[in-house]
Design a protein around this ligand. Sequence first.
Ligand code: ATP
Ligand code: MG
Length: 656
Amino acid sequence: VPDSADAVLEGLDPEQREVATALHGPVCVLAGAGTGKTRAITHRIAYGVRAGILQPSSVLAVTFTNRAAGEMRGRLRQLGAAGVQARTFHSAALRQLQYFWPKAVGGSMPRLVDRKIQLVADAAAACRIRLDRGELRDVTAEIEWSKVTQTVPGDYALAAAKAGREAPRNPAEIAQLYAAYEDLKRERAVIDFEDVLLLTVAVLQDRHDIADQVRAQYQHFVVDEYQDVSPLQQRLLELWLGDRDSLCVVGDASQTIYSFTGATPDHLLDFRTRHPGATVVKLVRDYRSTPQVVHLANGLLAQASGRAADHRLELISQRAPGPEPVYAEYTDEPAEAEGAARRIRELLAAGVQAAEIAVLFRTNAQSETYEQALADAGVPYQLRGAERFFDRPEVRRAIVNLRGAARFGGNDSRLDDAPDLPSQVRAVLSGEGWTSEPPAGSGAVRERWESLAALVNLAQDFTAARSDATLADLVAELDERAGAQHAPTVQGVTLASLHSAKGLEWDVVFLVGVAEGMMPITYAKTDEQIEEERRLLYVGVTRAREHLHVSWALSRSPGGRPNRRPSRFLDGLRPGSVMTAGRTAIAGPGGVERGVTGGAAADVVPRRTQRTPARCRVCGRTLTDAGEMKLMRCEDCPSDMDEGLYERLREWRGTQ
Ligand code: ATP
Ligand code: MG
């Protein structure tokens, strides 16, 4: 712990210091990946707290993921500033909503859906629509998108077509599933993640007394990854802030990757206009990546266009040179996955920690091929961006069991042969399917095992930190972590989508599937969509500290027609020719070898979206009038989005 407020500023460069010491009025930091934005705002909070200027409990730091929030809390503790709330918009809203529900609505808040996918599956069963696992995931994503963009079921088809979304099923079916899902939720008296934000905004708008109470609690706001704030989140932020201006936002327009969910960098880029007196700081030194990685990142940005690109900032690496990025081309996807798994095994054998390696892909559907390949190669892995750790059924069951064992203590026969805490935990979790070695194969069994293994590791770390810890202490720790969604780190190679990797960093990053049709993805058609795909690749590249391995496959399946070519985003940046590696060969370090590459342009067949009748987005009535259809709303229905929110609140009041 630094011994003074000034000591907190050590280890910051002059611009970062400027951010950290600008404690009054609005502050905006515009800077590229790896320039220390997150670090600067974390130190800013710590500095303010240590200098006695900020009350820890009056600060609300908003991050993009629960993991990032957990990391920030950990850093703040290390800097001597414990007690600051670092949360996602969702978790901050959830707490407030829970607290104010009895007063605002009456009764207690409906339970949060714990297995949303299951609820969608139940909705599908009710509609007699069969969905496989992948479709279930995709339909769930469509429902989420609809809610964030305020699209009612009757409007889904039209809105999805307008937004250029590739529907996993025919849009009429999705609309039907979405409606059935909402009905089921009401029937079971549960709310989902998106409802949390919608309802919090509604309560704060509706009830000035409650808004005042929240404003009295939180006086200073800090937002990370502000380029991806959604209109709904921005509204929540404004409601929290009221007429005050102690707001510090940081972001990188070049990393806007959530516009498909309705997020927009405009709030970041227009910050100075909305806050004329704002302190604006730019950071350009990249502390994360080697010059080689930064060179590629800058190259990608140089080709970008659009509003975000107008604000790009060239990165200047502060690190010593490292290896050149490796570019590898494979005949098919399984060969690509095997190639990655083989390289990873080599890296592990060379002493690289599994937790320092990530495989990042464009779509969750790609995950399975890599899970399989890593499992076959005996490489431990963890999936990020899948279900939230403490919401996994096996984790919930395990905690219930541990709690039971803690309560029974000496009377629990399972604990008979166990003197220390980790073996007690192992004994209890054995009943849940934990084994000392991972089970063969991949998929659900393996995932469950990984969760239990993470709990065993957590028990070991916990005991290492507190040698006298009991099972009851561990259960209390787990409860606290569950409340904060602070998942344990799983020792394994990270498999994650590019979207869930933002803000994070690893020594070694494998960017896989960097082919036309994947990046950009087939359904990216407009210039804006293509630019967002480019930014996604930029986010991927800038996750790497040292080693970057970029690969693609010429066809999907073994023996398939080679109909893919490397992503257009790499044109002019990757070496002109690389060797195509089949099942047995692999491109060597540096990746550049003589040979041919080619393959026709990806055969991109856009899925046809089926036209369904236009409906009013508020009441669902079929529209025939051209003017109404343009507005997607009938004349009788209110236009203001707030009305929609009030409507939801009224609806909930009705069910109470
Ligand atoms: P992203 O845009 O990806 O979220 P960021 O701008 O938030 O990146 P950080 O994650 O804060 O960047 O920092 C990137 C890495 O550089 C981290 O490992 C951080 O500890 C390190 N770093 C940042 N600033 C400094 C500094 N002044 N001195 C040394 N290391 C630094
Ligand atoms: Mg960051």
